[in-house]
Design a protein around this ligand. Structure first.
Ligand code: ARG
Length: 265
């Protein structure tokens, strides 16, 4: 629950201490999302937010679950490192074996690690997650294919924002094996890889900036942050999807949206 959610520091280009989210307004979409997951039969578990850790609401960044193992994130920014022990304790108390990455290997969990099938994982690196994480995760998950996706950033006056987690620019829709993707944040080789894995629906910068790719697919339903969505909604409807638009403006002030608020395991 976003009890202590605020913008206390600026670690991505969406965050400004001058532009604080409203507590009340952030509760509304948070409960909406909670209600939707429950309606779809998910067993939603909550972790208590901790005062002084305002980004803890973005539980996607807790780490990664693989079978009975939990690999906690090693946050890139000092401002988020305090979250680690809380997420770790949560999974330890739930019976998971904790597998730590070396402390100098950065890894931001499901923000950068996207399952596209039971044993195929896309791993974004180059911004929050270190390249070295690829080999470590391969060793921890030997029966999985880990596909590295290099993130790049070449700011221009019209496209100033740096996309910093893979889930800010990529979403996989399993029903039709389609990717929502913003190519501008990925290396040409990474884009080629994604195009070889499935169909792509590619976002333009104004769509990507509103974190349109930070969506969640539940079968034919897509939970998508409100923003520049009309083109995507049409393309998705044509493919048999129904889009639920969720007002995420308060979370967008911290650089997060629908996908960031959820951890799946
Ligand atoms: N303010 C947070 C950060 O910069 C937002 C995290 C969003 N999470 C995500 N999975 N993209 O770390």
């Amino acid at each position: 629950m976003p009890d202590y959610f605020s913008v206390d520091y600026e670690i991505n280009d969406w965050m400004s201490r001058e532009n604080q989210p409203s507590k009340i307004l952030s509760m509304i979409p948070w409960w909406r999302l909670f209600g939707i997951y429950n309606t779809f039969g998910y067993n939603v578990r909550l972790i208590e937010e901790v005062e002084g850790l305002p980004d803890m609401v973005f539980t996607a960044n807790a780490g990664l679950v693989y079978k009975n193992k939990f690999i906690p994130s090693n946050f890139y920014h000092a401002e988020r490192r305090g979250e680690r022990e809380h997420f770790k304790n949560f999974f330890q108390e739930s019976g998971y074996e904790i597998v730590n990455l070396p402390p100098d290997v950065f890894f931001e969990g499901q923000g950068d690690a996207l399952w596209i099938s039971e044993n195929k994982l896309l791993l974004g690196y180059g911004r929050r997650t270190s390249e070295a994480a690829i080999e470590h995760l391969k060793a921890i998950m030997p029966d999985c294919e880990i596909i590295p996706i290099k993130m790049v950033h070449e700011p221009t006056a019209e496209k100033p924002k740096e996309f910093y987690h893979l889930d800010t620019v990529l979403c996989h829709l399993p029903m039709t094996n389609t990717f929502l993707v913003y190519p501008g944040a990925l290396s040409p080789e990474a884009m080629e890889t994604i195009r070889s894995l499935g169909e792509t629906i590619e976002a333009a910068y104004p769509e990507a900036e509103k974190l349109i790719c930070n969506s969640v697919a539940i079968g034919k339903y897509i939970l998508m942050p409100i923003g520049e969505t009309s083109r995507f909604v049409e393309l998705l409807n044509e493919r048999g999807y129904k889009v639920f638009l969720i007002e995420m403006s308060e979370f967008l002030k911290a650089g997060g949206a629908v996908r960031c608020l959820s951890f799946f395991y």
